[in-house]
Design a protein around this ligand. Structure first.
Ligand code: NDP
Ligand code: MG
Length: 381
């Protein structure tokens, strides 16, 4: 039985993780979880899985639930995330919280040698070198949850990593994939949230529309698989059936396929190196699909992807600045305070004025992160 800590239990990934835990009571036991504001979903998880510790974003929310469940321990805020991540009984941390707020708790769990199943890509983008160095030092396996990286990981099973020629990340193109740049002027939040293939949290759905999501994933692949940026390609593939692939020196290409269902990579990260049956999983029927489409990516059309490659190649604090600018700008777009195209403009302006520091420590990263968010806020005022 694997004992689990889960960060971000009430989100899109967190809730699907809850589903997997419910379906496999003999395999997994939830010992601790964190949520943001969602009391209702937290209540349901508590009732069904009876964890020992729960952290809410605010003291007030924690207090409300404490009255209902006096036998369970409650905590809150950022220290609460660390307490959940480092719960002494868990051996696996699933990090499905949103944004760079997940960084310190991930590092704390790594230092306890826990296995980290990571969905929280912002953590790997903003501080990939720190996370991977600590993981190596403390012997903590880092397993990808992101579907593309899970596909790459599965396509590397049993292979000699030195024989890898390149990684190809597939991209659906997001909600605006069939529009030109001119047609992006004036698009609404509602349009942007309408993803063709995946149902996900709001922030990552907007990231998919700008393609910053694929940019973050290129950096995530560089960090997780230690692959140079010149050997990481992005390929447009509108059906999201091939989740990504790995090409080897002998020209063989190994890919992982399946119907788009995030429970597959989440469950694989939990069951690895084994596989478990997927409750109500939809089998892939290629004959019915008939055709798969592929197209080269246009970096002028998807400028955010180009910005991410640029930041990745530079390395250092520009990665933190880019990620924080994106998080702040997407939040402003969701509040309808800036337009869709201003998300990219904002990231570009932050990157152009950034004084890069190579190999930053944690304090520097946290400082750049918070300063960048302030700058973005002042740009809008
Ligand atoms: P959601 O927005 O759906 O969920 C985010 C979770 O984090 C919620 O539980 C939310 O709580 C909690 N949360 C948000 N802010 C804070 C905070 N400041 N402190 C504590 N908790 C907080 O996000 P997703 O599930 O879509 O994404 C989570 C991560 O997984 C992201 O890094 C994303 O890039 C990555 N990912 C997501 C995929 C998907 O299919 N959704 C696919 C691949 C990667 P509450 O709702 O209670 O307020
Ligand atoms: Mg992905």
């Amino acid at each position: 039985m694997k004992k689990i800590s889960l960060l971000g239990a009430t989100g899109s990934i967190g809730w699907q993780t809850f589903d997997i835990l419910l379906a496999n009571p003999n395999e997994f036991k939830l010992v601790a979880f964190s949520a943001g504001q969602n009391i209702e979903k937290s209540r349901e998880i508590i009732k069904k899985l009876q964890p020992e510790l729960v952290s809410m974003q605010t003291e007030e929310a924690a207090g409300t639930l404490q009255k209902e469940f006096p036998h369970i321990s409650f905590t809150y805020g950022e220290k609460g995330l660390v307490e959940v991540a480092t719960h002494p009984d868990s051996t696996v941390l699933i990090n499905a919280v949103l944004g760079s707020v997940g960084l310190e708790s991930t590092l704390a769990a790594i230092r306890m040698g826990k296995t980290i199943a990571i969905a929280n890509k912002e953590t790997l983008v903003t501080a990939g070198h720190l996370v991977m160095a600590e993981a190596k030092k403390y012997n903590a396996p880092i397993l990808p949850v992101d579907s593309e990286h899970s596909a790459v990981f599965q396509s590397m099973n049993g292979e000699n990593k030195k024989r890898i020629e390149r990684i190809v990340l597939t991209a659906s193109g997001g909600s605006f994939r069939d529009r030109t740049r001119d047609e992006l002027v004036g698009v609404t939040v509602k349009d942007a949230l309408n993803h063709p293939n995946w149902s996900m949290g709001a922030k990552i759905t907007i990231d998919s529309a700008t393609m910053m999501n694929k940019g973050l994933e290129v950096i995530e692949a560089h960090v997780l698989f230690d692959m140079p940026y010149d050997n990481i390609d992005v390929l447009l593939h509108r059906e999201s059936i091939i989740h990504s692939m790995v090409e080897y020196e002998d020209t063989s290409v190994i890919a992982q396929l399946g119907t788009p269902d995030m429970r597959v990579p989440i469950q694989y990260a939990l069951s690895y190196p084994d596989r478990l049956p997927l409750a109500n999983g939809q089998r892939l029927n290629l004959a019915q699909i008939g055709q798969l489409h592929f197209k080269e990516v246009d970096f002028d059309r998807f400028r955010a992807l180009k910005l991410a490659y640029d930041a990745g190649r530079m390395g250092g604090t520009i990665l933190t600045a880019m990620n924080a600018a994106n998080e702040a700008a997407v939040a402003l777009f969701l509040q309808e305070k800036i337009t869709f195209l201003e998300i990219e403009e904002c990231i570009e302006r932050i990157m152009n004025s950034h004084n890069n520091i190579a190999l930053p420590d944690l304090a520097t990263i946290l400082h750049v992160d918070s300063e960048t968010r302030k700058t973005v806020a002042s740009m809008v005022k």
